[in-house]
Design a binder for this molecule. Sequence first.
Ligand code: ZN
Length: 617
Amino acid sequence: MRLINFYNNFISEIEKENRNIIYQYNAHGLVYLSIIEKGYKEKNGIKIYNAFKNEIFGLDYFLDRIVRFIYSAANGQDTFKRILILIGPPGSSKSSIVSILKVLLEEYTKNHEIYAPKDCPNRCNPLFLLPRNLKEELKYKYGVNYLESFYLPCPVCQKTLRENPWEEIELVPIQFSRLGNIGISTYAPGDPNSTDDSVLIGNFSIAKLSIYKNDSDPRVWNYTGALQSGNRGIVEFVEIMKSKTEHLNILLTASQDKMIVLKNFGAYNIDTFLISHTNIPEYQNFIQRSDTEAFRDRLFVIKIPYNLSYTSEIKIIKKLVKEINHMDPLVYKVSAYFSILTRIIKSYKKEDLEKIIQIFDEENENINNNSDSADIESIKKEYYEDFKVGMSGISPRTIANILSELSSFDEVSCIDVLKKIYDNFIKFNQNKNVEYNECYSMTEKFLENEITKTVIDALLGYDEIDKEIDLLFRKYYDHLGAYVNKTELKDPVTGKKIDIDETFLSSIDKHLKIVSDYEHRKNVYFRLLSLTSSLLLQNQTLSLKKHLPEFYNALKEYMFKEKIKLFAPSLNFDIPISDESKNIIRMIIDNMKKIGFSEKTAKVVLKYMNDNIIKFS
Ligand SMILES: [Zn+2]
């Protein structure tokens, strides 16, 4: 295609209101298109992009900020002249995000026709080759905001323009390639003592001089620097913070002025999306360096913290782990719980941690029914805005390594994981790491609850629990009412008078953590009475889980303790047991297998329950 046809087509697409054509001739715009092409949905005021689905979990808010940045740059806002820098702790997905952007961009250029001048080693933006007045017209009349009339193509294109009328210049479609360093490149600072800038802007080629015979011919330059290879697309800076002053100055010009300066051939413009990532200590060192002053406000910083959503963390760990042998379903839960605790323990009060985990859990809906939503919003905002929250703790990679290691020897139970967490983080760090100790004991408690829940479920069958709890609640309400109102209780079937079950009432009091006296019981009773009557008025039925979660849990705990008395002795596999107990155990193990335990891991969990949970309760 000739440049004149390209130009006419460009204008006519804009006149047809196809703004995509504008985005396609701008590095940020191309990346933007490659993301939105995959689709998105909106939830709670942010956009959730399919492009990151199945790859990045729990960071929707931060990904949305990145796309907003890209969008504003694609529209020629000042962000277009910034280096995007992602700051976060090790293993918080910063580099995965950059990799995904590269893959998306590569894919996009394979499926759409994007043009560059034929024989241009820089894949110059064709718009830069247009005469000055046309560039001006594009910017001011057609809204191509990122284009400046003074932008110049590379020295090779400038030579072509000197030798040919602009209209005649041949354009060819280009495809980006990560492996081929085409439109996508990576810069690493390398040897800090070397002042060689060829990694960024290429170098003079003796071999090419022997072909072109003239050292003022721009074709004798090797345009293989990262800024040239990544022209029109993404240039990733690995460890930008370790760059030497000379390189920083080149980057400054490349971001602020979109320009590269070659000693022999002068300056020309590039069109790149510059992106980097680092951690907080390195970033702080960097901005304190005296030679980085001019650089600081050229950076656009976006925080990429650790994920704090428990459900998402399970997905992240599952994605990272090599599951060679069987793992029981509590393995991922206990791992995710511990790692999230280590990430929030520094930022919140100890007694709030439980609630914080629920607030950040993406799939936890109870929290919104039972808490003050303004409070939740302010806690979330802190995570989004405050640079300290979610920036320390254990990375998903560390946890995944532990699980992969365990899995390579044998089947893995949640108890193995708990032990391994103890060995790796607690055993040798007792004094050094008080916080992790706290996380460990909370995780231990959490696991005990999970095990208890799992075993009750397995004992009763999964549908029966709520029915039994409802019956217990009925009994509690009747007995409490008779106690408070000092009335007689009658058996609903036989009509015979029955006594108030004081033992039952006081054990529920204990689980509810209330004092077993008349005043306290009366308060509870009237609370229940007013709730049931207001539900009746609204034509709603009482759901314990939803309306009275604390009663639900108290009754469940009570029920479990009662049931466990029946079969506790049979959990100890070391002593001979009766046939009846054997049958109960068999049923529990079979039910546990239905939700992902193996024979072996189910037995490990039951044994742990016998040794640790029942004994102390
Ligand atoms: Zn060029």
